[in-house]
Design a protein around this ligand. Sequence first.
Ligand code: BMA
Length: 822
Amino acid sequence: MKNIILNLSSGWEFKKQNSDEFLPAEVPGCIHLDLLRNKLIPDPFFGVNEKELQWISRKNWIYRLKFFVDKSLNLKRYKRITFFGIDTFASIFLNGKKVIEANNMFHPWESDLSNNLKLGENIIEIEFRSPLIEISPKLKKLDYILPADNDKAGGMSPYIRKAPYHFGWDWGPCFVTSGLWKKVQLIGYDSFLVNSINLNQLRINNKFGEIEIEVEIISNNLSKATLFIMEESLKFEKEFILNIKKDINIFKKSFKVVSPKLWWPVGHGDQNLYNFNIRIKSNDFDSSFNKRIGFRTVKVVRKRDKKGESFTFNINNTAIFSKGANWIPADSFTTRLKKEDYLEYLKSVVEANMNTLRVWGGGIYEPDYFYELCDELGILVWQDFMFACSLYPSDKPFLKSVKKEAIYQIKRLKDHPSIVMWCGNNEIAWAWYNWEWKEKLPNHLWKSYKLLFHKVLLKVCKKYDSSRLYWPSSPGHGIDVPKTGQIYGSGDNHYWGVWHGGDDFEAYEANVGRFMSEYGMQSYPELSTIKTFAASKERNINSVTMKFHQKASLGNKNVIKYIKKYYSKPNNFESLLVISQLMQAEAIKIAVESHRRNMPYCMGSLYWQLNDCWPGASWSSIDYNKNWKALHYAAKKFFTPILVSIKQKEKYLEIFAINDLNELIDCDLVIDLFDLNGKKIQSYCKSLKLSPISAKKYFSTKVQNFIKGKNRSKILLKSFIKHKDTVLSMNNYYFVKPKDLCYPEPKFNIKHEVLEDTFLIIILPITFLYKVHFICTNCKGVFSDNYIDLLPGEEKRIKFKPVENINIKNLLFNVNTMYDLV
Ligand code: BMA
């Protein structure tokens, strides 16, 4: 007999507390989306609507579901309800009787309903209490305030186990949601139910993989069951007998499979995954489960040396240079994101030659399919626990709640080969030492910090997943309680001298650590995205709307400051948007290339931030509507596995070749100096053998001699790494800032071809084209390359792949160059 599973995710209704009328609601969902669907509020992202909609989080909301229990379910001896995600303070009643009191959105809430359900109609009623009103009396009683600088809702976020960014951040709005944000399920069973199954990897080598299956069963009586494990492609079958006791049972059984193919991060090998079918059968129970895993070893290598302590992800004993970005929740209201949305983002990650994402601690633990897609695409995941830029309470109930959350999340996620480590929090230890917290706040808050991040989470990680490193905080220089802020030379670093500190881009080169997990530069999204939130009269940088959609303290002034430093004045608003993106791309290119040139001293570079949770100014390379900014196109080039990188060091021109693959690369380095009429002034070629995982300087000369007296604002250095006729990397270098470059009025011809699912643009430059870029005006999609420089005669073929349904023939494009922007 099978357990009966009733999905309780449809048929919900909601209303404001004390009002009469119930309206249709969606589960998973949240109050803001339900109000929007019922046309009771305008688009929360438009104009300054965020401000007008703050009332929503100050009200209590009632959700209700009437559902039917049929005979077969009613006949089951036990019934258990699971709410996989409750956001956040909620009292849940079944047929008038309270069954759950919830206060943490990050773990499921369950209740045994065996004695409360009745045959026929039942009713669940949930009272969601305003998180802000719930907490404020507690806050008043305290003689200190926990810091929460990004919190725009009154500083209550540290006290609530709820996504920190809901309270506002320096790239996102404040929408303190309420609702059932995950599915709801009712299970009817006669003897037991399977609570969790994990496949822990004990040992892996090229001959076999040793796995421990860990099964948690909740049982109401004694029974005996058989556990069958099968994997078709490995021709593997095995069975075990389980003697089940009353209450919670944890079974651990190990087995070996022969010669599994290893799982690798993208760029280093295939993403081999195996589907295990697990069946548990007894006299009165028979259920099957699927578990997909990849065989791989993971280690964060931290080796002492003269400069400190390294920080390198080793997968299958191979050092991996981590290339990527920080991931934030892709919406203020994440329940409207679909698997296809995640797929689009994560495909863009891989297309830009990234292999790592950090799931940052101010957001949410992402849904299963995020990690499934990372497994499939070969993206390594650095997983933070959800704590960021605040101090947190350490009373017993709070710690108990966090412990439950951490255990649940580890068990849910640990079978994913993509996840490489657990990190306690974002920037809290650094903040204690460097943001004047230590000086201004009572010392017992540091004790609380130590308890939470150096005891509670450490213990949970050790117990539930000792296969991965637990890293208490990012940035961090070790696993012990730190005595100082971040240290360059050990662990990971967040470098914010550029942007927050106002330093020039070149400062990136002087601030390279062992693993750069954050650094960033802001830009604006493209006009099509601006149009989704700004009325036409608001489309200027000083408008109320544009200021409102800039949440960073230094804000638009800082963007303009950096533009002024490097670029000519944009001639209009749309040009400003484009130039902000070019400026951002240039900044991050300088940063990443300097990190990669310092390999293997530096073994990771994750810029801040990949994506957005709403449309506005931010550090992202993909905007809220999933458009690639200039930075994302640049990332595709500066993250190539083989990279040629050019820099000036004082009077010297230096050219480096970087190989982040674990193999020797035979190639040619080509260095050509041109004037902007396309005439070659200098040419140089050298054959190279690039050692595995290496960065080396292969060319150095005095600039003065090299440019042969030419005007620095009229020349371009192009360098290539080629393997036979294939270009592995190409990079351009200018000897002056963009604003000092003397480029001519652009002249070019354009042809196009309509291919099966792509539109091919062929551009034939007659003059030098500086930052030529295309925008498709009637469809979303991605170009194979964009924002490029072309010498006269240098034909370029660019493909555009639409992501929307459109007849390829009807696509419309705009083309511009820097000349048109200033
Ligand atoms: C980083 C992040 C975020 C923030 C970003 C930009 O340090 O951890 O807290 O959004 O800076 O200021």
